[in-house]
Design a protein around this ligand. Structure first.
Ligand SMILES: [Zn+2]
Length: 249
């Protein structure tokens, strides 16, 4: 049994398939990860046009089939593209890192509309940014972690619940997923702890709690991405992250 469907989706990956087709992986708004073949998509003047380029947002028409995991894509209509991404290698690499993360954490028939909208908004922010691409990736990862079930608690101490920040350094416990004030834990004494002074804590917290379009990425040290990657790696299968190409931007 097969049924025709239409869904908005972000193209994550495009590979050549046979002589003239493409094998595509999408992040679909109401499906999660979606893999399909677009026949003839590499022919000149193909009807698909730019709708199947990486990071394009398109309405795709596809045939759902109960027993298949790779579907036929029959048509695609471009909703929006991000031309700035391909114009600058560092910007494109940042978008690829966002795409790789989504590719490895989103599953088939497992929709995550919040994560979908987050990805679309960060592609837009990257498309417009002139610098600070790593900082935007770090912010995306912190928010994506929240939607995947491991939102870090950065605003108050995990133990005494007092607001953290202005009074002194805190310890960011990667495994516990939050910060401890100086009274509840001697800085550096606990396992898996990273000391953050008030300025650094405010930066990291800002990346989690500020809209992507409003982040002043140039004002944050790019090495914040390393800290966020350590956090993500302690909550996601590290093997999954090992396969990332986390080159410096
Ligand atoms: Zn405390």
């Amino acid at each position: 049994m097969r049924r025709i469907r239409r869904t908005e989706a972000i193209c994550l990956r495009s590979r050549d398939h046979r002589e003239s087709s493409k094998l595509l992986t999408f992040f679909a708004l109401d499906e999660g990860r979606l893999t399909g073949i677009a026949k003839g998509a590499r022919r000149p003047r193909s009807k698909f046009g730019a709708a199947l380029e990486p990071f394009s947002v398109s309405n795709i028409i596809w045939y759902w089939h109960q027993e298949r995991t790779v579907y036929t894509i029959s048509d695609a209509e471009l909703v929006r593209s991000f031309p700035g991404l391909a114009a600058e290698p560092a910007r494109f690499l940042a978008a690829e890192q966002v795409g790789e993360f989504v590719l490895r954490t989103v599953h088939q028939r497992d929709p995550n509309p919040q994560l979908y909208r987050l990805m679309a908004s960060y592609l837009e922010a990257l498309d417009r940014a002139d610098a600070g691409f790593e900082v935007l990736v770090a912010s995306f990862l912190l928010k994506a972690a929240s939607f995947l079930g491991f939102r870090p608690e950065l605003r108050r101490c995990l133990a005494c619940k007092r607001a953290s920040g202005p009074d002194g350094p805190v310890t960011f416990d990667m495994e516990q997923g939050g910060v401890y004030c100086a009274e509840c834990r001697e800085p550096g004494a606990g396992p898996a702890g990273v000391r953050l002074d008030p300025g650094r804590l405010a930066e990291v917290s800002g990346l989690l709690h500020t809209a992507g379009s409003e982040i002043d990425a140039g004002s944050v040290e790019p090495d914040v991405l390393d800290l966020v990657l350590r956090y993500v790696a302690s909550h996601i299968d590290p093997l999954l992250l090992n396969s990332f190409n986390w080159r410096r931007l």
